[in-house]
Each structure stands twice: as structure tokens, then as C-alpha cells.
Design a protein around this ligand. Structure first.
Ligand code: HEM
Length: 362
């Protein structure tokens, strides 16, 4: 445990983390957590929402994140995994390929389909969709701006530091996201009012996307507003693709650097499956070496390297027998970089990994 500021403690011990993040009642997020949105433009998403609002949004968005949903999304994962493999096979005959980009394209296609039922066509066109592209490009800027809040500068003041170009890009992005989500919501209204053709009653039941699940009304008629659907969709498109693709990139980087691990993993996979059709979410859950490889990759290269601070209640809190006073921030890290809170800067510095021909090299 290291005191990194008068009211902030940083912990590197894994046993302590559940006491910070899984406590009941939950410890609240601190003011150093993600910056609040520009509420003139968008309401809070669940990651920035204050406590009571967070609980309400989580309850309403909950059905979109149940484990049972995984089986329903499997065809999407299979489709884009197959597309990645077939496209990469073609591309590798053209020369070296940056696997970081390929994973980003794949996961953005997956999340576009899962979240909004839209084809982002990143793999097909070998480019990022402007939506996730914008989110990636402002990640560093947002992380940096957020840190100034520690010195008492409000977001209103910080906004004055942004150039016209930055503000225009942000407005363009918001318009793009709003148009995409409005189109998605209009599709929902058409379906519920029966405007969509139904092939003589034989129409297959449509797989619900995350927006569709978030739109569902709770028993008392409570539901998320359109603005909340919008801000949470932006969160999910931004948070669901870059994280998972960076984890894959880091895993491949370390596998290429550690051939004996690569061989052991290949053996486990090839011993278990005789064709790619057999590789399903359920079947891969039973591969201990694969799981260990991903866990180890997340340990060596923590993807969401954000400190996710929580605050102790005003009466204080005991961690591993140590009493900590009230209103103290607790973080999950110890290094100097993390201490400064600039760690999100590390995102998108994933080393590029190139695949060339049949040979994989880091
Ligand atoms: C390797 C993959 C991922 C990592 C490392 C990761 C990491 C994180 C972290 C660090 C947070 C913030 C926790 C906090 O505030 O204390 C978070 C929140 C969140 N993530 Fe992820 N994430 C991953 C994948 C995903 C995916 C695939 C989705 C959606 C499809 C997703 C959706 C969310 C949402 C909705 C929140 C807000 C939850 C809340 O505040 O209640 N994440 N994630």
C-alpha cells in the first residue's frame, strides 16, 4: 500500500482488489474517475453516472449483459472470426500485415453488429469505421484533460483549451453517432408497428442487439431515455472493441516472443479440435492453457490500464486489517506512471505485430 497523495492510496496486492471493487455495499467511484460527459450534449452513461443513477442505468441495461446472451451472439463471433481468417490468408500473400489493425477491424465489426445491428465493414474495407476511429483518437486527449481535474480545473474551463478543430471533430462524431442510433431506433419502431415485411409469417426470430435489449421496458414501465441509449451505446462501442482487440494483439505479441508457449497452446488447440467448426465459445471455455495464456497476457499488458479509483465511506473502511479514514481514494496499482494517472496514454501503444506469408514473426 503506497500513499500517493494526501487522500489517495494505491494497492498492488491482488488480495486487496476484491475488497476495493467487490465490497457490499459498493465503494463509490471517486471524483478522479472518468470525467462526466458534456451534459448539454449527452446524459451520463453508466461509467460516469453518479451512484444512484448508475444503479438505475445498470438495472435497465442489465438484460443486455447476461451470460445467457452469449449463446445468441455466437453466430456473430463465428462469422467475423471466419472473415478475419479468410481475409488474412489473402492479405498475407500481399506482404506484411499489421495484426493490431486486423484485430481492431474484427472487433469493431463484431461490436457494430452486436451493439447496433449495423455492419461497420471494417474487415471488408480494411479500415476503421469513423465512429470507433474517433473514440480511439480522443482517448489520450480525454485521459490528459481528466487529470487536470485533480488540480481543481472544471471540465467547463478545460473545454477552453480545446482547439476549434478538436471541437468540430467532436461535434461531427456526435452527429454521426446520433444519426446511427436514431436510424437503429427508427428500425425498432418499424418492427414493433409491423411495418417490416415478414415473409408470409416465416420470418426467423431476430437476434436482439444490445440497443434492442436496452430498449426493453421494465415491469413498472421504467426504461432508458433515447439520450441514455445514445451515451451507453457510445460507451459500449468504445469500450467493447478496443479492449478486446488490444488484449488479442498483446496475447499474439507475447506468443510470438515466447515460442515454447505458442507451441504448447497450438498443441492444446489441435489436440482438442479437428476442424474450425468445433471451436465454439462453450468448447474453448474448457481449454486451461488457452485461459492461462489470456490471463497472463492481461497481467503482462493490462488492457484497460486505468486506475478505476474508489472512495472510502465517511466513517472509514478496513482493508486487510488496516483501518483507512473516510473519503480516501483507493486505486489498484503502484507504479509511478499509474500514480500520475496518465496510464491511459499507454493505450494504443500496443506494439505492432506483423504477419508475413505463412510465418508469424513479432
Ligand atoms: C478485455 C476486455 C475488457 C476490459 C479489460 C474492460 C475493462 C473495463 C474497465 C476497467 C471498466 C471500468 C470499471 C470501473 O469503472 O471501475 C469497464 C467498464 C465497462 N465495460 Fe469493459 N472491459 C472489457 C470489455 C468490455 C466489453 C466487451 C464490453 C461490452 C460489450 C464492455 C462494456 C463495459 C461497460 C458497459 C462498462 C461500464 C460498467 C459500469 O460502470 O457499471 N467492456 N470495463
Amino acid at each position: 500500500m503506497v500513499r500517493i497523495a494526501p487522500d489517495e492510496l494505491s494497492f498492488s496486492s491482488p488480495e486487496v482488489w476484491p475488497q476495493i471493487y467487490n465490497s457490499r455495499p459498493q465503494l463509490l467511484k471517486t471524483k478522479y474517475h472518468f470525467a462526466p460527459p458534456d451534459t448539454e450534449q449527452l446524459p451520463h452513461s453508466m461509467i460516469t453516472a453518479p451512484d444512484a443513477e448508475h444503479a438505475r442505468i445498470r438495472r435497465l441495461a442489465g438484460p443486455a449483459f447476461l451470460n445467457a446472451g452469449i449463446a445468441e451472439v455466437e453466430p456473430v463471433l463465428q462469422h467475423y472470426t471466419d472473415l478475419l481468417c479468410s481475409q488474412l490468408a489473402v492479405a498475407s500473400t500481399e506482404g506484411s500485415q499489421n495484426i493490431v489493425e486486423w484485430f481492431l477491424w474484427t472487433l469493431n465489426d463484431v461490436i457494430g453488429q452486436l451493439a447496433l445491428d449495423q455492419e461497420f465493414q471494417c474487415l471488408e474495407k480494411r479500415r476503421m469505421h469513423p465512429w470507433p476511429q474517433f473514440l480511439l483518437s480522443v482517448l489520450k486527449q480525454t485521459a490528459a484533460l481528466n487529470q487536470f481535474r485533480r488540480f481543481g480545473l472544471s471540465m467547463k474551463v478545460l473545454k477552453l483549451l480545446l482547439t476549434k478543430k478538436m471541437l468540430d471533430e467532436r461535434d461531427n462524431f456526435l452527429n454521426l453517432a446520433k444519426t446511427a442510433i436514431t436510424q437503429r431506433l427508427a428500425g425498432e419502431k418499424e418492427e414493433t408497428s409491423g411495418l417490416t415485411a415478414n415473409n408470409g409469417g416465416n420470418q426467423k426470430k431476430k437476434r436482439p442487439d444490445i440497443v434492442g435489449l436496452m430498449l426493453r421496458e421494465m415491469k413498472g414501465g421504467e426504461k432508458l431515455s433515447e439520450g441514455e441509449i445514445m451515451s451507453n451505446s457510445i460507451l459500449i462501442v468504445g469500450g467493447g472493441a478496443e479492449t478486446t482487440s488490444t488484449c488479442l494483439s498483446a496475447t499474439f505479441y507475447h506468443l510470438c516472443k515466447t515460442p515454447h508457449v505458442m507451441n504448447k497452446l497450438k498443441n492444446e488447440i489441435r489436440r482438442t479440435f479437428s476442424s474450425s467448426d468445433e471451436i465454439t465459445v462453450k468448447a474453448t471455455a474448457n481449454l486451461p492453457y488457452l485461459k492461462a495464456t489470456v490471463d497472463e497476457s492481461l497481467r503482462l499488458f493490462p488492457v484497460a490500464s486505468y486506475i478505476t479509483p474508489r472512495v472510502t465511506p465517511k466513517e472509514g473502511y478496513t482493508i486487510s486489517g488496516e483501518f483507512i479514514g473516510g473519503n480516501v481514494s483507493l486505486d489498484k496499482s503502484g507504479s509511478l506512471l499509474l500514480l500520475l494517472g496518465w496510464e491511459m496514454m499507454l493505450i494504443s501503444t500496443t506494439p505492432d505485430i506483423y504477419l508475413h506469408g505463412p510465418v508469424v514473426h513479432g
